[in-house]
Design a protein around this ligand. Structure first.
Ligand code: GDP
Ligand code: MG
Length: 175
């Protein structure tokens, strides 16, 4: 985590999914270990970075956030260009955001590299009382589609680190 080390690799990872599922907060949790309670909808920040070490290689994760382009097909192919990983986020309390996941996978298959590592992320796992998407549904979908799967909470930090590391390690394994 310091700026003096030499960087061995830069891995671009995109964060996608419907609006308000917590994409920006997941990113902020991973890169700054922060959760912002009064965050506005994303205001044009392109990406944030965090440097990690995997198997003694220094890897700069360059993680891209959509700038309110979450409408279907509004994310441009430039966003996906060069991406080695994708965090496809839905909200476990909003069934519709999970029902749209298949569209986002289509988007990835259309615009991203075929070898992209995809992690399906069920966020807001802290809101257990409001759960609308059983984990089993997401497990089944992930297995069908060949995705990794994790449930996270950007609010309390659960699994955020693990999910990103899983993706970065998987990318590292194929470069
Ligand atoms: P985005 O539109 O996908 O970037 O979503 P945001 O990151 O802006 O989050 C949308 C809303 O969900 C905000 O009010 C966040 O505070 C809230 N939120 C994000 N992540 C979580 C989480 O893990 N748990 C809970 N309870 N709320 C969250
Ligand atoms: Mg956002």
């Amino acid at each position: 985590e310091n700026g003096h080390e030499k960087i061995d690799y830069v891995f671009k990872v995109v964060v996608i999914g419907d609006s308000a599922v917590g994409k920006t907060q997941i990113l902020s949790r991973f890169t700054k270990n922060e959760f912002c309670f009064d965050s506005k909808s994303t205001i044009g920040v392109e990406f944030q970075t965090r440097t990690v070490t995997i198997k003694s290689k220094v890897i700069k994760a360059q993680i891209w956030d959509t700038a309110g382009q979450e409408r279907y097909r509004a994310v441009t192919s430039a966003y996906y260009r060069g991406a080695l990983g994708a965090m496809l986020v839905y909200d476990i309390t909003k069934r519709q955001t999970f029902d749209h996941v298949a569209r986002w996978v289509e988007e990835l298959r259309a615009h991203a590299d075929t070898s992209i590592v995809i992690m399906l992320v069920g966020n807001k796992a802290d809101l257990v009382d409001q759960r609308a998407v059983p984990s089993e549904d997401a497990v089944e979908f992930s297995e069908d589609q060949g995705l990794f799967f994790s449930e996270t909470s950007a609010l309390n930090g659960d699994n955020v680190e693990t999910a990103f590391f899983r993706v970065l390690e998987e990318i590292y394994g194929v470069v």
